[in-house]
Design a protein around this ligand. Sequence first.
Ligand code: ADP
Ligand code: MG
Length: 335
Amino acid sequence: MSLRVEAAHKVFRARRGARVVALDGVDIEAKSGELLVIVGPSGSGKSTLLRAVAGLEALDGGRVVIDDRDVTHLPAGRRDVAMVFQEAALFPHLGVAANIGIGERARGSRRRDVEARVGEVARLLDIEDLLPRMPSELSGGERQRVALARAMIRSPRVCLLDEPLASVDAELRLRMRGEIRTVQRSLGVPMVHVTHDQVEAMAMGDRVAVLGAGRVLQCDTPADLYARPATTAVARMFGPLPMNLLPAVDGVVVGVRPERVRVCRTEDGAGRGGSVVAVEPAGEDCLVRVLPDEASGDLLARLPWADAPHVGERVAVAWRAEDEHRFDATTGKRR
Ligand code: ADP
Ligand code: MG
């Protein structure tokens, strides 16, 4: 099984004639059993892309291909695509079990078979105890799990998740990440998971497509995106923290990740001199902002608390040569 989107183009026309290019030639591919994450800021076209795959939005150009079959002009109901939205839309007058099984019932499956399938997915998602409840008796995270179960029950050809964890609290989000991966492996279908959360993208994706203004800026494994961002835009967007980019010298922009910047007391050794302008706690670590003496933008460093300098302290920042990334100052492309 596979999903391919080729050269997808979508333009929205707003009321006063303004045009919004939501998708500007997007290519993505997800294979059987693969979890592809689409990550990008708000408004970059993530939902439009998923809705186009599901058949909820017509493309102005390009194709959607599922299992080598062009479904671009098929209605949503005939695409065999399951989609979970940010806010779980459950039927309020139906119980949880009925909500999960409703699609199967509508397709004419026997009540008994549906009940058995509902039991299976409920076990998989660890929500068996929720089955007798009504949607109004569920927390946000529980509702989202029910929506996930409803999407999974009919073994779709493709599974799409549009920021399903965005309104789930932090602890449950961590668990649900793992559960989504488990379900995805057991389904064995291509899954596309949309998020604006870099950490979630890195943790979940087999591959990650970074979307910016309706274009795929780069699509790679999380490790490769982190180690070799193709452009300065990806370097700033993808990763636990934006990469530091130094002012261009001779047409080259040097980048270094905050995780790789060392901050030393000036007397200790070589490096660029500067002063600490901010220290911010970040769990075990702290984020230190240094204004270099040859000032043109500050530098962020992530250090263990034990090494944290004080605000106002004189320091030197340094990094290893192999931790430098080089980009073309004009095009922003990796050299
Ligand atoms: P994301 O999900 O990444 O936040 P969307 O795909 O929802 O982004 O939106 C992409 C762009 O298309 C945004 O600029 C948004 O305002 C615009 N857009 C989305 N849907 C519509 C619509 N129905 N009418 C007009 N503009 C829209
Ligand atoms: Mg969206």
